[in-house]
Design a protein around this ligand. Structure first.
Ligand code: ZN
Ligand code: ZN
Ligand code: ZN
Length: 366
């Protein structure tokens, strides 16, 4: 184990299970299991599941053929009992036999229905809740090691953005640019390229456009929103907007507004400030300039082992920011037939905030 996945985390989670009055947490492969144990287990139809009872020792149930992988993973160093099940055994019965009759269970948010429904059968009468009720308040405050992992992810995606202008020119398709970006995301240190949004021309006005065969032309605006996962498990996510030659005048006007709004929201982030205040800081600038109806999404989302997690930077979320919370600040303006977004990952610090993305934010005209 290391600083990123400390062994004491499992004890802290077990204490939180007791505090929440739950009988046990059941965590199948995904970000919750990785957070608690460091084990980046594969999502398979055969059940792998960490059980963290309120009372008693946690245990990790694994398919027999995954036992060596589990032993070799950070979970193998935790001192957690590994319980292997053979091909003809019922792993749900193994778990219910050990846990008895807990009144309530917390299931990892990303558990597949093929498992959650089997657990419903294996624990008739137990109340089922999302494990995030227990884990999110812990996961949302990143440790110094987690912030460093996010800093490395931010630097890696910044290096990709530094190369993007070299690929944008009239005559290439969004898909060709996206392929180069995906290769660069890996080359700059990620283990996976999770998304490559290259929205050119009218596609820039569709925030979650990915890529198409549209050919870039002179005067096009291009929204490039990209991210991946680092070997640490932590994610990157950064948007910059580019122009291929001189963009339309009306675009340049609202890009200037967006630039101010994004800065205002970043500057608003500090300990004790409600998440929704950060959203309002961007939205007020954009609305005052007359573009409010074209800012059609929340200002941001938390990031860590998942590229979208708590805290959400959205109106209605009064959660006060705390040091260690990491989230995107990504206002956008999408009037069509073009659009723009600027996105940085920001971490709340004791004294204010730190931006983890530092690629230039002024419009890059290539
Ligand atoms: Zn998004
Ligand atoms: Zn993004
Ligand atoms: Zn984002």
């Amino acid at each position: 184990m290391n600083d990123l996945y400390p062994a004491e985390r499992l004890r802290r989670v077990a204490a939180a299970v007791r505090d929440h009055g739950l009988g046990a947490l059941l965590l199948t492969p995904g970000p919750d299991l990785r957070y608690v144990t460091g084990y980046d287990a594969k999502q398979l139809e055969r059940l792998t599941c960490l059980a963290v009872p309120a009372d008693g020792d946690p245990f990790l149930v694994v398919p027999l053929l995954e036992l060596r992988a589990a032993q070799a993973s950070p979970a193998g160093e935790l001192g957690v009992e590994l319980v292997a099940w053979g091909e003809t055994e019922d792993p749900f019965g193994v778990i219910s036999g050990r846990l008895g009759n807990p009144g309530s269970l917390g299931l990892s948010d990303r558990m597949w229905a093929m498992f959650s429904l089997r657990f419903a059968d294996a624990f008739p009468g137990a109340r089922h809740v999302l494990a995030s009720a227990v884990l999110s308040p812990i996961r949302v405050r990143k440790s110094a090691a987690e912030v460093e992992a996010l800093r490395e992810a931010g630097a890696a995606i910044d290096r990709v953005h530094a190369r993007v202008p070299g690929w944008l020119r009239p005559g290439v398709t969004e898909r060709e640019v996206g392929t180069k970006i995906a290769e660069a995301i890996l080359a700059e240190g990620h283990v996976s390229a999770d998304f490559t949004i290259v929205g050119s021309g009218p596609n820039a006005a569709s925030p979650h456009h990915e890529v198409s065969d549209r050919i870039l032309g002179a005067g096009d605006v291009v929204v490039v929103d990209i991210g991946g996962t680092m070997p640490s498990g932590y994610c990157s996510d950064c948007t910059r907007t580019y122009a291929v030659g001189t963009p339309p005048t009306e675009f340049t006007e609202y890009y200037g507004v967006l630039r101010v709004a994004q800065d205002a929201a970043c500057e608003a982030a500090a300990p004790g400030v409600p998440a929704q205040t950060v959203d309002a800081a961007a939205r007020d600038v954009i609305a005052a300039a007359g573009y409010g109806e074209w800012f059609i999404h929340r200002t941001g989302h938390g990031i860590g082992l998942e590229s979208h997690e708590e805290p959400y930077i959205v109106s209605g979320n009064a959660t006060p920011l705390e040091p260690g919370m990491a989230f995107s600040v990504e206002p956008g303006i999408y009037p069509g037939p073009h659009g723009a977004r600027i996105e940085d990952i920001v971490v709340c610090t004791e004294g204010g905030r730190e931006r983890l993305n530092n690629a230039p934010r002024d419009l890059v005209i290539v």
